[in-house]
Design a protein around this ligand. Sequence first.
Ligand code: ADP
Ligand code: MG
Length: 683
Amino acid sequence: MKYTSNYKFLLEDLSKLKGVGKKTSEILKNKKINNLFDLLWRLPKSYIDRTENNNINELQIGRIHTITVLVKKYSFPRIRNLPNRVTCEDNTGTIDCVFFNSYEGYIKKILPLHEEVTISGKISIFNKKYQITNPRYVSKDKALIEKIHSKYNLTAGISQKIYNKIIDQILKNLPILKEWLHSEVLKKFDNESWNDSIKKLHNPKNIGNFKSNFYRRLAFDEILASHLISSEIRKKIKKVKKKEKKFSNESSRKVISRLSYKLTNEQNKSLTEINKDLTSKNKMFRLLQGDVGSGKTIVALISALNVIESGYQVAFMAPTEILCRQHYKLAKKIYSNKIKIEILTGKSDYYEKKRINKEINSKKINILFGTHSLFQKKIKFSNLGFIIIDEQHKFGVRQRKSLSDKGGINCDVLLMSATPIPRTLIMSVYGDMDISIIKEKPNHRKEILTYSKLEDKIDDVIRFIKKELNNKNQVFWVCPLIEESKKIDHQSAIKKFDYLSKIFPGKVALLHSKIDKLEKENILNNFLNNKFQILVSTTVIEVGIDFPNATTIVIENANKFGLSQLHQLRGRVGRGLKQSSCILIFKKNLSKNARKRIKILKNSNDGFLISKEDMKLRGFGDLLGFKQSGLKSFKLADPVHNEDLFILAENEIKRIEIEEKNLIKYKPLIKLYDQADVINDLI
Ligand code: ADP
Ligand code: MG
């Protein structure tokens, strides 16, 4: 291999490396390490210092030492279970190298008789004699051993030594890439080049050195690449010319005037932004983000009505059937009966599905509600103009892009999410979209009161619930998740169901992941219709469903949940006019961290603030939904520690969007970081 200035070298297959055979490369591939670049992103976790060379009389048992010795004598007993033994010495003493399951030939090769070798390994003692068992670090070349050796998180089957060798090999041949950072930006990192930075990153002396320039430069590259990709997708989608939608707002005005409440300012602002997109000649790709209960559904339904008025069809997708049905019913209630509204669910029978397909195709249906099923190929809209997707936080960038492609040129897209994102992360998570945010809650809303209770005070909780039931209110009871074991997850819920059923006979129902889909819907519907008053469940409570009559949510073992998740669960109540409460139950001995979290929840109902705090406490990867979303998490950049880099990258993107028409300079950066080729046809 030779020096190159071409980034493509880094995307080469692992088998290009010396010493990497089929077996090793397979092991690595199983760990999603497919090419040289992937390997570079496995950072050393710690290191072993083998630099200090000692005399034998200085050795300490149990420690790793490096020694340079003369090979004196072999002993090959040739009896099973007895190890081969090589006696070595220096001026100060003797030591045995002991080899189990080894070949004489191999030993003679690495430890040639009467020659001087350098060995490093853990010192033990046997029969009052020093020994090193199965030493891996043996060489006639001192310099190869007397180093600080990086320790990587290893994949079974590859030795630390081989891994280090592979990394060394890549670092030695690292291409010198042409600088892509703007000089002003580069200055902030003391002009550290990419090449030098990578080398420093793998230098064991620099482990944990995340404040240094080389580290920050690489972290910045990572953020910039992700932002660039998003920005390119956004530009690309926006470039699509569509036929603008024309509508008078008359029917939507009527619907708004008939609502039992007034839209909040931010609902109105979002509506204006959406309408502006609909009537423009550029395709809309917008996220409507608002905390739980902020009233996103009505905004979506009103904009849908505008699209229908302009002569197009609308597809409204939600993650679960019960949520679909709830939206469908609301549409039925508020739209005039001239609008043809349908719902397609798993329950629809063959003939129903056939009829709906036909009517969608002949444009008889104006708006169709449904789950993912709406995207089946056989469903052919005659002129789809708008796709609305509720609670979409589980989609990643790629899925979103393919979604926007799917609807065709004239189709606008609105996604809705209740997962608040800290300000610094918006560009990373949703940089490919325009965003409307609803921050305020409808103003009649009472804040949800949040209490914490220790487990042994459960009688207080029961008393509280009795009072609620007397006032004709309903209660959610969420049971602890038992980690690691999905199998027994529901057992605690069953126990609690039995317990509560004895106290409140005939008033309790149970929901957990083992209950099948149809039965689950039944239960939720019955709860909605107040056929029972207490719903005991694991965390399967659906996102988004509106249960205005539920006023209390009890969450057991609350420290198992992240802040954002607790906030989302809490958002199941507090949707009606009545005062609602959330009771967090804890086992004893709350940690300092747990106390901090309760305090944050008690003091705030603001999902954005809570998500920021959550991120500070638990890190980005654990924020609600992101783990499942497949959303790329950053390897080096950390949204909490590197907040400034995220802001810097956002500003840099703005500058690039204005000043740089040609992105060719960023090609290596994008190609290296966007291996999924999300934007392959752009540069
Ligand atoms: P989310 O944003 O979580 O999807 P929803 O759209 O389900 O919230 O709305 C929650 C509840 O708030 C619904 O019962 C809805 O009718 C009600 N709502 C929506 N907008 C307003 C408003 N401006 N004033 C009062 N209530 C509202
Ligand atoms: Mg909703």
